[in-house]
Design a binder for this molecule. Structure first.
Ligand SMILES: *Cc1c(COP(=O)(O)O)cnc(C)c1O
Length: 385
């Protein structure tokens, strides 16, 4: 009995909720039970068991996640990496070839470069801004193309429409990691991507207190990935399901605030004499600004910037800011700040880092829900000190 809800804000609250309410509970209860009494289910995958991703907490979340991107189906997983690895290993087998964007999330990059070749699956990296160059990387055994909505930490926006068209022209599965945009700013199934993948540890949960992931999109593919996940074992615990479910209800209000606050902070930084560059897709100066405007409903809460004075100035700034916590990860209610060369991209050689435009002094910021005025005041003080 799926009711139709028109707008995302309403779906986040009501889609997937039990009807009728369980004992009248307004909030979906946690079913902390590993197994459930048999009710004449026809086969192994129909038995209710946490690892089979089909307990009431999983099913409620699947409906809410699918509704959030207007997709046919969704699957929740134990982490973003469980979603990515299980998806790639469902779609690719020995002898297959993958095209992937050249500046992916570190964990995804390492999975593709270190784990796939050991299984006889090859790959080539593509420049998301140069669709004309993709065909030269295509092989007769290419099966899928993987990109990210907004890249880390330079916040670039690939030619996403061209990715979908290219996949259609050459019979590839189109995959996108939509973590940075969240369903509020971009819904890949509406643009005909086959599958949208999320680290729900970030905006979807929004409170930096769990690790979880999701695969959203075509039901035939989501079903195959669900069976694979049941065998690999990367299922989300019901209590973490409950926390993600609760976090999702406030996604729209959180993300709208983060969109607005990040734009104002980016504008402040861009106008400050101590700041050299700001990478934020909402700024007119950003190379992907027009594309982001065409595709997205908001520009997100992530940005990166460089302060004049190199590494020393960057470290001084990080020491002098008092509001953002110096920690990796993103998408939570608290602002987080890092220097990617020392954290997310520490595993990449200095030469490769510089080749892709990540200087040692680049600073990445995930804007939280603090007052925008307080954030700007804090940054202003830290920049002038
Ligand atoms: C964090 C992140 C991941 C990995 O997710 P986990 O939940 O940490 O496993 C994947 N992609 C992007 C873009 C991320 O930011």
């Amino acid at each position: 009995m799926t009711k139709e809800y028109k707008h995302l804000e309403t779906k986040l609250i009501h889609a997937g909720e039990p009807d009728p309410l369980i004992c009248g509970a307004v909030s979906m209860p946690v079913f902390q039970s590993s197994t459930f009494e048999c009710a004449g289910e026809p086969g192994y995958y129909n038995l209710k068991y946490i690892r089979l991703n089909n307990t009431p907490n999983h099913e409620a979340l699947h409906e809410k996640l699918a509704a959030s991107e207007n997709a046919e189906a969704a699957l929740v997983t134990a982490s973003g990496m469980a979603a990515i690895s299980t998806t790639l290993l469902t779609l690719l087998k020995t002898g297959d070839h993958l095209l992937a964007q050249d500046c992916l999330y570190g964990g995804t990059h390492d999975f593709i470069t270190q784990d796939l070749p050991a299984l006889g699956i090859s790959f080539d990296f593509i420049d998301g801004n140069a669709p004309d160059s993709w065909k030269s990387k295509l092989r007769s055994n290419t099966k899928a193309i993987l990109v990210e909505t907004i890249t880390n930490p330079l916040l670039q926006v690939a030619d996403l429409k061209a990715v979908v068209q290219f996949a259609r022209d050459y019979g590839l599965v189109s995959l996108i990691d939509n973590t940075f945009a969240s369903p509020l700013n971009f819904r890949p199934p509406e643009w005909d991507f086959d599958l949208s993948i999320h680290s729900c540890s970030k905006y979807l949960n929004g409170h930096s207190d769990i690790v979880a992931g999701a695969v959203i999109g075509r039901s035939d593919m989501v079903n195959r990935i669900t069976y694979k996940l049941a065998r690999f074992g990367g299922s989300l615990d019901p209590h973490a399901c409950f926390l993600l479910h609760r976090g999702m209800k406030t996604l729209a209000v959180r993300m709208k605030y983060q969109n607005e606050s990040a734009l104002r902070i980016a504008e402040f930084l861009e106008g400050h004499s101590s700041v050299e560059t700001v990478n934020y897709p909402g700024l007119k100066s950003h190379s992907g600004h027009q594309r982001a405007k065409d595709l997205f409903d908001g520009f997100g809460g992530m940005m990166s910037f460089e302060i004049r004075g190199g590494l020393e100035a960057a470290n001084r700034f990080l020491e002098n800011t008092t509001l953002p916590i110096c920690a990796p990860s993103l998408g939570g209610i608290e602002s987080l700040i890092t220097r990617p060369a020392a954290t997310s991209h520490a595993g990449v050689s200095a030469e490769d880092r510089h080749a892709i435009g990540i200087s040692d002094s680049l600073i990445r910021l995930s804007v939280g829900l603090e007052s925008t005025e307080d954030m700007i005041e804090d940054f202003d003080r830290a920049l002038t000190k």
